[in-house]
Design a protein around this ligand. Structure first.
Ligand code: GAL
Length: 786
């Protein structure tokens, strides 16, 4: 008889049912532990319709996305620690298949691809992990995380019931799960990971896959389940998620989301803190107030798990940016900026919200819920347990502020905001009232000693003559091929070359000739007989185009050489993997003779292909002669400003930091080399290195709050402005108002804060003296120099 049956029998013969039920659960748990071999600190992660439960307790869980390959290993401990200090319980990451399996069955977990090290860093910080394996991840990552060799396997179809695809997906998912299990990183093994994800937003595209799509998602669920990770699996944006998969919401607002099963808690896997950026696009911005509103509203409406996408966006190093046209920066306007600095006031305002929500955990997850409707889109929600009540008052009206009488007290609730009253009496937080400082970041010139203000450059041309003149590549085909198929996406660059023999009497020959190319290349350069006849850069979104340029062809052999350049492969949408890349054709020589137009189709000619450029192949980026500079002083993040240049790739000390755009580097020391590959021309004389840090901080805080001024690890050097009363203006142009406290606020703050790295300030009349402002709410405005 097994231990399990003994326990059951025991239970049946007992009158103390409750006690023995508990015993049974823990005994069977011990049994499980014996089976999974080690579980000294195993955590049971489960769920009910209300919340994720950890060791039987319902939890309010706040989480933030940090993707390990988008920063350097040296940055991880600091980023994760800042997440914890910002009030997060968990860190979420995707797993990036194409980075880990760049070649079929050859794996890479080195450097910033060391997933295990990243997860252990989370564990060391005492936080939970959310592992979104995908392995399709979207994420503005090249090809959504799919390796391009996968596309080139025979009979392959992505994200459907295709045996070849399912085999590869299962193989990679299993490898990841086994690696993580081996290191005992699932909560069921005593590790930090409390949730795992399979697929990603398949529900958004399932309609395009018909019945096969439904069967595929069922297969995903079964496959994930069979991996036995001991923690719940989630599927985001999947409103038909098969049980026991938990479906979750992604978006700017998820307060109106309801899961497809009463036993699934209301969970939000992606609260977009900003957005990604495209080349040529604007820097996206989402206001702090709106992010906070969305979160507070979600918890007002019974949400219990929320993850910021992104908490730290970071950098798309090398060729990892997807798109097409996703930039090298993936800053995302996240609470931690691309360089790992606090993005204030977003970071601080959300930290305060997390603290308030955590303090209400028990009431939010166990309390009875009732709502009061005040009309005009204003509602109050009361969470009530025997010990305590906690309340939210939400005003979803976008334009009108509300003044309401709730349980005998008047509350001002600004338009599009949520007030939180942890005891249902005192408003301790309102999403629209920011009581955190704003940090103004500044870039400063490199201050290394003896460093000349401009860099010294040497340069070499990309030697293309031999290729151009011979027109010979590595492979030859009688067809124009998709760039992915020929190059396996090993480079942005692919040469298409052909030789056309024209007889003296060929009717196409004449004065008025051109080359016409139907193309999807993101950038195209065309050469005829070694002469550059023109180039084209396609506008974002208009990827199918016809390029036509006058050209001179001669009787005899003519060499046509086309350079096709991709700027990131697509990462989103049904069948995105089949979106053409490169010169898809047809390609024509056009001759015009009076009224007559003669068209010569070259599409089925013998085309010769060559992947990459010789500078890359010869590793020019690791040679001794490029620009060298001394590391900037201090520990602030370093950015390279590529002002004056066009488009290309940059390397620092041999590391590809990405297609042009400033990027962070953490371990710059001693002499460092910068290599640029410039594709269209530019002037490097303006290129320079800068450090980035906080220049000044400002705040405009209501009374009865504690303001923490901080210069991010540097001492505060001066108080430029301070006023307690009803000051006006904005950061940089604050002015005193009509009522002003009796004590000199600037003098008080100068004494208390200057020279300190952090300075907590009690914003009250006690501190600054009485101010006769009548019914106006009093505020402290301050501008400090770092
Ligand atoms: C979601 C997707 C994420 C990311 C985000 C936009 O749809 O799941 O991976 O692409 O959009 O940044």
């Amino acid at each position: 008889m097994s231990i399990y049956t003994i326990v059951l029998l025991f239970l049946f013969h007992s009158r103390k049912r409750k006690f023995y039920i508990t015993t049974m659960v823990s005994l069977s748990f011990i049994l499980c532990c014996v089976l999974v071999s080690s579980c000294a600190y195993a955590t049971i992660v489960s769920h009910d319709g209300r919340a994720i439960t950890i060791d039987g307790h319902r939890r309010v869980l706040l989480s933030g996305s940090i993707h390990y390959p988008r920063s350097t290993t040296e940055m991880w401990p600091d980023l994760i620690k800042k997440g914890k200090e910002g009030g997060l319980d968990a860190i979420e990451t995707y797993v990036f298949w194409n980075a880990h399996e760049p070649t079929h069955r050859q794996y890479d977990f080195s450097g910033n691809l060391d997933l295990i090290r990243f997860l252990k860093t989370i564990q060391n910080e005492g936080m939970y992990g959310v592992l979104r394996i995908g392995p399709y991840v979207c994420a503005e990552w090249n090809y959504g995380g799919f390796p391009v060799w996968l596309h080139n396997m025979p009979g392959m179809e992505f994200r459907t019931t295709n045996t070849a695809f399912m085999n590869e997906m299962q193989n990679f998912t299993t490898i990841i799960v086994e690696m993580v299990k081996k290191e005992k990183l699932f909560a069921s093994q005593g590790g930090p990971i409390i949730l795992a994800q399979i697929e990603n937003e398949y529900g958004n595209v399932i309609g395009s896959y018909g019945e096969a799509g439904k069967a595929y998602i069922q297969w995903c669920a079964n496959m994930a389940n069979s991996l036995d990770v001991g923690v719940p699996w989630i599927m985001c944006q999947q409103d038909d998620a098969p049980q026991p998969m938990l479906n979750t919401c992604n978006g700017y607002y998820c307060d109106n989301f309801s899961p497809n099963n009463p036993n699934t808690p209301k969970m939000w896997t992606e609260n977009w803190t900003g957005w990604y950026k495209n080349w040529g696009g604007k820097d996206p911005h989402r206001t702090t107030e709106d992010v906070a509103f969305a979160v507070a509203r979600f918890f007002q409406k019974e949400g219990t798990f929320q993850n910021y996408y992104m908490y730290h966006g970071g950098t798309n190093f090398d060729r990892t940016a997807g798109g097409p046209y996703i930039t090298t920066t993936y800053d995302y306007d996240a609470p931690l900026d691309e360089f790992g600095n606090l993005n204030q006031p977003k970071y601080g305002h959300l930290k305060q919200l997390h603290d308030v929500l955590h303090a209400m955990e028990k009431t939010l997850t166990y309390g009875n819920i009732s709502t009061v409707d005040f009309g005009n889109l204003v509602t109050a929600t009361v969470y009530q347990t025997e010990e305590r009540s906690s309340c939210f008052i939400g005003n979803v009206n976008e334009t009108s502020d509300a003044k309401i009488n709730f349980q005998g007290t008047f509350y001002d609730v600004p338009a599009w905001s949520v007030s939180i009253l942890p005891d249902c009496k005192t408003e301790t937080y309102n999403t629209a009232k920011i009581n955190t400082q704003t940090s103004v970041m500044v870039k400063k010139a490199n201050e290394a000693e003896n460093e000349p203000s401009t860099l010294k450059w040497s340069w070499r041309p990309e030697n293309i003559d031999s290729v151009l003149l011979k027109g010979k590549g590595e492979s030859t085909m009688r067809q124009l091929f998709d760039q992915k198929v020929v190059s396996n996406d090993e480079s942005d660059y692919l040469w298409y070359m052909t030789t056309v023999n024209l007889k003296e009497q060929d009717p196409v020959l004449g004065k008025n000739m051109s080359l016409r190319i139907n193309s999807t290349a993101h950038v195209l350069h065309a050469f005829v007989n070694g002469q550059h006849i023109g180039n084209y850069r396609v506008e974002n979104g208009k990827f199918h185009y016809v390029f036509e340029q006058d050209a001179k062809f001669n009787p005899g052999a003519n060499v046509i050489t086309l350079l096709s350049i991709t700027v990131g492969l697509p990462n989103y949408g049904a069948f995105f993997e089949n979106v053409p890349a490169g010169i898809t054709g047809p390609v024509f020589i056009i001759g015009r003779n009076g009224d007559e137009t003669i068209v010569k189709d070259l599409s089925t000619h013998k085309w010769s292909y060559k992947t990459g450029l010789s500078g890359f192949e010869n590793q020019l980026f690791s040679s001794e002669s490029p620009s060298t500079w001394s590391a900037p002083l201090g520990s602030e993040p370093v950015v390279v400003d590529l002002l004056g240049l066009g488009k290309g790739t940059a390397w620092i000390n041999g590391n590809n930091i990405g297609r042009y755009w400033p990027a962070f580097l953490s371990d710059i020391d001693g002499d460092n080399t910068l290599v640029l590959f410039e594709e269209i021309g530019g002037n490097p004389s303006l290129v320079n290195f800068q450090t980035i840090g906080v220049g000044s901080v400002c705040a405009n805080v209501y009374e009865k709050n504690v303001l923490e001024l901080s210069c991010n690890g540097k001492p505060i050097s001066a108080i430029k402005f301070a006023s307690f009363g009803n000051p006006g203006g904005d950061c940089g142009s604050f002015e005193k108002g009509t009522c002003e406290a009796s004590n000199n606020a600037a003098a008080i703050l100068t004494q208390e804060c200057v020279g300190k790295e952090k300075c907590p300030i009690d914003v009250s009349e006690d501190k600054f003296g009485a101010a006769e402002c009548g019914a106006l709410a009093k505020r402290l405005a301050v501008e400090a120099i770092c």
